[in-house]
Design a protein around this ligand. Sequence first.
Ligand code: TRP
Length: 461
Amino acid sequence: MAVRRESKHGLWSSRTAFIFAATGSAVGLGNVWKFPYITGENGGGAFVLIYLVCILLIGIPVLIAEILIGRRARQNPVHAFASLAQESGASSAWSLLGVAGVLASFTILSYYVVIMSWAFAYIFYTGSGHFGGENAEMVGQDFAGFLSRWPEMIAWTTLMVVMTMIVVAGGVRRGLERVVSTMMPGIVVILGVLIVYSIFDGRFWAGFTFLFAPDFGEISRDSIIVALGHAFFTLSLASGAMVAYGAYVPQEMSIAKTGILIAIADTAVALMAGLAIFPLVFAYELTPSIGPGLIFATLPIAFGEMPFGAFFGTLFFIMLFLAAFTSAISLLEPSVVLIMERFGLTRTRAVGIVGSAIWLCSMPTVLSQNVLSGFHPIGVGVLKGKTIFDILDFLTSNVMLPLGGFFTALFTAWIMSRESTRDELAMGASPWFAAWHFVLRYIAPIAIVIIFLNLIGVLKF
Ligand code: TRP
């Protein structure tokens, strides 16, 4: 049996510190912005159900696997896959899985900063009392106007990139814990306020029913891959983030329990966001499927009419921004570490290079909302009629992440020995271990393959 490695980087001060960092990465725009809008686009309850099954059956087992891989190897993701593969006598080409993860984080960050800039800009729009007394139509027009002002959006996006660069250049761990420990309770409280408000207003149940009463007639063919892709996205999987954080985890921490806890917190925030948003959508007869602008076209209506709305609204967008920011940090870090080590650069220089590249790559997403909104570069298949931003989002969440998850499952359950994974999880002969191993060995990979075959039309269901 292989000896355990001591971390080169020092350990998290405690289990709590790891939970904060991992939750900070997981809870972000995915929960509050993306989950509601894809749920709206995919017809509600049935989609939510499929999403929850994906989290439970694939997301949580892969999350546990990634933390395990990180802690076992105590190295950055690229080296972690290489050295664990070597330990099992497998090819060092498995390190490509680490590289693919870095590429996925980079691509996601290139559009993530743009959406984050919307949340940031809305702190000021809401805070200035702009939405006071506005009706649904005016709020919608405000957002459309905002999207059309691309020079302004470039300015906000630039600010986001620079802020993320500054934090990552300073070393990520300082301050992260404090930010997350404010953001998590903050976001739960503010979503709670919105939910309670809609209960008193009598419009809660329409939203609740939409989210939790499954109607499988509403599902379209790519709904399943969208649900699966989002399970990976929202838990920050298949990108090296959780492997990287796992490298700092203390040996006595239970990986399985902690992983489950993080997934529950993440799912709770997403469901709360849905419960805050959909009552408004139906009360104002808006279309649930309007896409990425959903929260920006709905929540300000509530902030415009409720008591202390400007206050709550400002607080909401501050929390959303902080949630996004802690995720953005975990999206930038892997690329920075990779090129630091690969080319022997200082952290500051690596941040400068990767950050500039991110800024440049964010421009097509900014312009997809206005100047290039009619530009649909691909004319066939699922990508037909999509803007550059839509394509980036689809390819990362629904292709790169599930593929990464597929290989991570194979790696953990077929390449690593059962003894070493059992030893690392410290679950002894527990049936839970057997179940987890079985899922990663068979269920998750087969499910991912079937969902892909459905997407490309080989299988149809
Ligand atoms: N999970 C974050 C969210 O829901 C986004 C995120 C952070 C992410 N790190 C990631 C997504 C790595 C995929 C891979 O907003």
